[in-house]
Design a protein around this ligand. Structure first.
Ligand SMILES: NC(=O)c1ccc[n+]([C@@H]2O[C@H](COP(=O)([O-])OP(=O)(O)OC[C@H]3O[C@@H](n4cnc5c(N)ncnc54)[C@H](O)[C@@H]3O)[C@@H](O)[C@H]2O)c1
Length: 244
């Protein structure tokens, strides 16, 4: 079976670069209309131009009115919403003893609360879809924890738990709700990590390399497709064996 998402509409947050960009490109290449959401309009414009059947929506996912407007614009443009991908995420790494409340709040708001807002606000159009999918981008940090990432790990662990609760709530409407947990992936986010720490982290990965954003996008494409019609409440870990 070839993956064909023609006629379906996807909304991808954090679609301007990194993993979100690859997810948007993969869904677009499979035929979906893609609403690309992020804060950087210039980068979003490039992604949208590459996809073709796509729109750029400038939106800070931590602001509820902007989330509402993003969902509304998607539904107005394409007449519905079938696939929601909560990918936008940030880090504010610090050891717990030094972590500022602001660092905690920012990470929990963007990585966890925004996903809740999108799931809640998009639930009406998703419930109308005959092939509804919610895919949340978590992290192996949400499973294993990580030094200097109490805030980030808590947000991703929370996202995994929320994914499972939503999977139970939406099962009666055949909406599949799943998470993808990437390991160490080559993006702007991981480029902020100290090279010595990167070397140590890569040495601990059975595949002995970082992952590429496109390798995460492929797992999302599977979950978004009809191939995953009986998969819900799951976390697909894509990490070269890091968290097994
Ligand atoms: N790179 C990794 O190693 C890795 C590992 C595990 C999980 N992840 C997760 O994958 C997702 C994507 O990460 P990435 O590595 O591509 O990061 P990135 O920093 O390259 O991209 C993050 C994206 O999120 C968007 N974003 C951030 N804050 C936003 C806000 N307030 N409103 C709207 N958009 C916002 C940015 O504009 C950008 O498009 C994140 O949820 C991240 O936690 C990444």
């Amino acid at each position: 079976m070839v993956i064909d998402l023609t006629g379906r509409t996807a909304l991808v947050t954090g679609a301007s670069r990194g993993i979100g960009r690859e997810i948007a490109l993969a869904l677009g290449a499979a035929g979906a209309n893609v609403a690309c959401v992020a804060t950087n309009e210039t980068l979003l414009g490039e992604v949208v131009a590459k996809i073709g059947k796509a729109i750029a929506i400038k939106c800070d996912v931590s602001k509820p009115p902007e989330v509402e407007a993003a969902v509304q614009k998607t539904v107005q443009t394409y007449g519905g919403l079938d696939i929601l991908v909560n990918n936008a995420g940030v880090t504010r790494d610090n050891l717990l003893i030094r972590m500022k409340e602001e660092e905690w709040d920012t990470v929990l708001t963007v990585n966890l609360k925004a996903a809740f807002l999108f799931m809640k606000i998009a639930s009406r159009p998703l419930l109308k879809s005959k092939c509804g999918r919610i895919i949340n981008i978590a992290s192996v940090a949400g499973i294993m924890g990580n030094l200097g990432q109490a805030n980030y790990s808590a947000s991703k662990g929370g996202l995994i738990a929320m994914t499972k609760s939503a999977a139970r709530e939406y099962a009666s409407r055949a909406i599949c709700v799943n998470a993808v947990a990437p390991g160490f992936i080559r993006t702007d986010m991981s480029a902020k990590v100290d090279p010595a720490v990167v070397e140590q982290a890569v040495a601990a990965i059975p595949f002995k390399r970082m992952g590429e954003p496109a390798e995460i996008a492929r797992a999302v494409l599977f979950l978004a497709s009809d191939l995953a019609s009986y998969v819900t409440g799951q976390v697909i870990v894509v990490d070269g064996g890091m968290a097994m």
